[in-house]
Design a protein around this ligand. Structure first.
Ligand code: 23J
Ligand code: MN
Length: 263
């Protein structure tokens, strides 16, 4: 089918509901969970604030609008290569310079929900990915890979979402080797349902925070705090995840969504 015809068919399927748009985004507001870093290492991102400019009142009689106080890495968000020191020198590595085509692409869903329910520190390994590929087919260059854990179901409570105790945060994520394997496949980026793209205990891995260190070193992207990955097929959905065009931005909250064939 030629591209023009295909777009026409897409348009009619979107209108008829044959293709569904699934929201992969968490609500963004003062209650949005935010990452907590070790205080001796880092300053934390501030809570999201929404301030009223006017609400059909003396400050603007016919309109309502707000201004925001918002960290780039808040809620469902995009990690750009310059977010990490390993990716800092990419000319096309900030939210304003990444080619826009990178924000739309096929998405592979690796279901780790059972393993993550049994063990909050579950780590996705190369063997898991190879077993997934043996069943579902090889992951191709330019595709997104996301880790389904059903962790998004906890995002209404920061304590449950971060799942931290005296030994630190306990949330699932990838091993360094798994990330390296996916970079070898030349994927577009890696996404998770947890607060960041790395596991809770990733600070102690080699290298530390491998999903950040290795992906961004390879000029690839991250998506964090995704929702509703349990509503996607294993393969065949199209992900749309575009950051705001923040000048020299290291990331941005996004409205992540997926086009999914219904039925
Ligand atoms: C800053 C420092 C460490 C991490 C993060 C941010 C994120 O997860 C993020 O949102 O990119 S691990
Ligand atoms: Mn981030």
């Amino acid at each position: 089918m030629d591209a023009q015809k295909l777009l026409g068919e897409l348009a009619s399927q979107l209108l008829s509901g044959g293709i569904e748009v699934v929201d992969l985004t968490a609500p963004l507001g003062p209650d949005t969970p935010l990452i907590k870093l070790p205080p001796e290492l880092a300053v934390d991102t501030p809570k999201v604030e929404i301030h009223t400019i006017s609400e059909y009142d003396k400050n603007g009689p016919w309109w309502a609008w707000n201004w925001l106080k918002l960290g780039e890495h808040s809620g469902t968000h995009f990690d750009a290569p310059i977010h990490w020191i390993s990716g800092k020198d990419y000319a096309d590595g900030s939210t304003d310079t990444i080619p826009v085509k990178k924000f739309v692409g096929p998405v592979n869903v690796i279901d780790c929900s059972r393993e993550s329910a049994a063990d909050p520190d579950f780590l996705l390994t190369v063997d898991h990915i190879k077993a997934w590929e043996a069943k579902h087919g090889a992951i191709n260059p330019g595709e997104w890979v996301v880790m389904r854990t059903d962790w998004y179901k906890r995002n209404g409570s920061e304590a449950e979402f971060l799942n931290a105790n005296e030994t630190g945060p306990h949330t699932p994520g990838p091993t360094a080797e798994a990330i390296q394997y996916l970079i070898g496949k030349d994927i577009c980026g890696w996404g998770s349902e947890t607060i960041g793209t790395d596991a809770g205990k990733a600070g102690g891995m080699e290298p530390p925070f491998p999903a950040h260190t290795l992906m961004h070193k390879a000029n690839k992207y991250g998506l964090a705090s995704l929702c509703n990955l349990d509503r996607l097929p294993t393969r065949g959905a199209i992900l749309v995840a575009a950051p705001l065009k923040i000048v020299k931005g290291t990331g941005s909250p996004i409205r992540a969504m997926a086009l999914v064939a219904k039925g």
